[in-house]
Structure formats: C-alpha cells, structure tokens
Design a protein around this ligand. Structure first.
Ligand SMILES: [Zn+2]
Length: 237
C-alpha cells in the first residue's frame, strides 16, 4: 500500500460497487484489484492517485478502482463492463477494459495506455461529491445467461435451428415450426421455411420474367408497325 503524506480514501461509490461484486462473487480473485496508486502511479498523473477533493475529515479522494477479471471466481469483466454501461449511471467517468476505453457519450475507443487491462477492469468515477454517492449500482442479473430466460420449448427450437444451420442435426418431425403453404399438415423448420420462401421468390420471378418478355415483344412489334406507317406517310407528303 502506497504511503502518502496525507489521509486519503476510495470514493464511496466505488466501495459500494466493490461490496456488491463481493456479494455476487464471494470467492472472486482480488489479485488485480486496486484502489490507491502504488509507487509507480505516484510519479505520474493517475486516477489512482488522490485528487484534490477533500471530504468532511479532510481525507483526499481516490476516484478509480480496478476489479480483477476472474471467470472461475464468478466475476466476468465483459459482463461487468456491459452492465455498467447498460446502467447509464452518471457517476461513471470512464471504463478501461480489454485494451479499450469507454466514455459516456463517446463509446468504446482503443486504449493507448501501457497496461492493456485484460486482467482487470478499471473504473473511474467523477471526482467530488458525486463520486461519494452511495447508491447501489444497477447491474442487472449477474452473469445472466440469455438461454435461461427462454422457455423449454424455445430452448428446444433454438437447439434445433442451430442443429439445422450447422448440419449437426436433421430435424423434420415434431418441430414447432411454420406450416407449409402447399402442404398445411407439414410443419417446416425455420431453415426449410427460408428455403421454400427463396424457391417461391425464384418461381415468381421466372413466371413474371416470361410475361415481361411477352409484353416487350408486343411493344417492339407495335413500334415497328408504327415506323412503317410513319415512313409510308413521309413518302406521300
Ligand atoms: Zn486502474
């Protein structure tokens, strides 16, 4: 822990987030967690160094924290970055994760700093009183798997569509699919449905191509007739 010649503290909003993440993932690694700047940070401008804001007891505020990426321990920083962004929380100043930096109103940009931030996510909150707001962060369901929000029927459908698209599963019967136009008793799979639609479109085009060709031919014949009539009139005039 760095030695500073004055008292400091981590902005309360970051402490709130740390406690929330600890509650979500009690066994998460904290190997790359960090708040106050180490001796390497002290020599340069860093959000991990205390800023000039002082709280009631005179301690100076640090408005950045690092959170360790630990899939096995239940903290996926991909999820954390997405959840923080989705929260729209106006305490966020910027996020650095996976060699990119996200700023509200700007979005993701490549990160040019030394550390590529693939072992931890860096969150900076706004300096001052706003950084000390202790409201809970709205992170949504932790590490939620979209599949869990599907009904068993929808899961089966998804599995079978995936199977058909990848050719790993041939599903013809019992599929909760689309009725065939020609054979209403047959339920088409999503892939069959797309193939049939494509075939319908091709048939439609071929049928109408021949009609267009007939119209064009008739028009050409009329035009030729008209030319002959005009030529005959010109001779007489
Ligand atoms: Zn950091």
């Amino acid at each position: 822990m760095a030695q500073w010649p004055f008292p400091w503290y981590i902005a309360e909003s970051l402490e709130v987030l740390r406690r929330q993440l600890n509650a979500l993932a009690p066994d998460r690694s904290t190997a790359s967690d960090g708040g106050i700047g180490d001796s390497a940070h002290q020599g340069r401008a860093s959000e991990h160094n205390p800023n000039n804001y002082r709280r009631w007891d005179g301690a100076r505020q640090v408005c950045a924290r690092d959170f360790t990426h630990d899939l096995g321990g239940g903290l996926d920083c991909n999820w954390l970055a997405a959840a923080l962004i989705a929260s729209g929380d106006n305490r966020i100043r910027y996020i650095i994760w996976w060699d990119r930096i996200w700023t509200p109103g700007v979005g993701w940009k490549p990160y040019e700093g030394e550390n590529d931030h693939r072992k931890h996510l860096h969150l900076s909150v706004k300096a001052g009183a706003i950084g000390d707001l202790a409201a809970a962060w709205h992170l949504g369901p932790a590490g939620s798997d979209q599949e869990d929000e599907l009904t068993p029927d929808e899961k089966l459908m998804l599995k079978r569509i995936y199977g058909q698209l990848t050719g790993t599963e041939d599903v013809k019967a019992g599929f909760p699919g689309f009725p065939s136009k020609k054979y209403p008793h047959i339920k088409l799979t999503a892939v069959d449905f797309l193939r049939a639609s494509n075939k319908d479109a091709i048939d439609f085009k071929q049928e109408h191509d021949s009609r267009f060709a007939a119209v064009e031919k008739a028009q050409a014949e009329l035009a030729a007739k008209l030319d002959r009539v005009l030529a005959a009139l010109a001779v007489k005039a």
